[in-house]
Design a protein around this ligand. Structure first.
Ligand code: ARG
Length: 231
């Protein structure tokens, strides 16, 4: 953790892949990063007495940046799993998610994940979607940089389905009013999001967990949740 010089405020350097509405995204013509994760980490920083500085990095570059100490934490809709736990510490879970798929509206052949056999599927590189789709036999997988790239590929006919996190798929279709595509109900996995912290930084992990706990107790977490996921 770096301490800011001059101003006296401690700085929390945060990495996020700003491509994942409603968790982290940037509206055209707007400077500020927005979303559930952005509000949550700013609230956590405030609670801890830290100034929050957010850097936009590719999703597959986040853990390397944390290991290289270019950032102090990652908040990026990142699923807590054992593989990642070998390289980072995680906070307590802060959001329950899971994977679903999006197909073209006129798609008849694909209704279940098992129907993906022999089909082309786009996923964001470095994600649990990539990992899970690789387990399905006979799928041709295209790993792209962002979920937006995956959706474009689906619309252009380059793939038959996109596998991605359920709340992001739902937001894309309902809030963004995406045309010509639909999300399917079946859930491939249940996953919890956590904030990732450097493997040797137990102290920061504790501070983050304490702040998260506080925000859950004082209603601030619920407010942020309602802002992004309420009616
Ligand atoms: N939950 C998935 C994972 O951890 C996807 C996260 C992608 N996040 C993002 N900001 N693009 O692998």
């Amino acid at each position: 953790t770096s301490s800011g010089s001059g101003s006296g405020a401690k700085v929390l350097k945060v990495g996020s892949s700003i491509d994942f509405a409603p968790f982290e995204f940037q509206d055209e013509g707007q400077k500020e990063y927005q979303g559930f994760d952005m509000d949550l980490i700013r609230a956590i920083g405030k609670e801890m007495g830290y100034e929050v500085e957010i850097q936009n990095l590719g999703f597959d570059g986040l853990i390397p940046a944390l290991q290289g100490k270019n950032i102090d934490v990652i908040i990026s809709g990142m699923t807590i799993n054992d593989e990642r736990k070998q390289n980072v510490l995680f906070s307590d879970p802060y959001y329950q998610s899971g994977l679903t798929m999006v197909v073209r509206s006129d798609e008849q052949r694909i209704q279940k994940f098992q129907d993906l056999k022999g089909k082309k599927v786009a996923v964001q590189i470095g994600t649990t979607s990539a990992e899970e789709v690789k387990k399905i036999e006979g799928v041709e997988i295209k790993e792209l940089n962002t979920p937006a790239d995956c959706f474009m590929e689906l619309k252009a006919g380059g793939v038959d389905a996109v596998v991605n996190d359920r709340p992001v798929n739902d937001y894309y279709i309902t809030k963004n009013g995406a045309q010509g595509v639909k999300a399917l109900d079946e859930r491939l996995t249940a996953e919890d999001y956590g904030i990732a912290i450097g493997k040797d930084n137990k102290e920061l992990q504790q501070k983050i967990n304490d702040a998260l706990q506080k925000l859950k107790e004082n209603g601030e977490y619920d407010k942020i949740f309602a802002k992004w996921f309420g009616e």
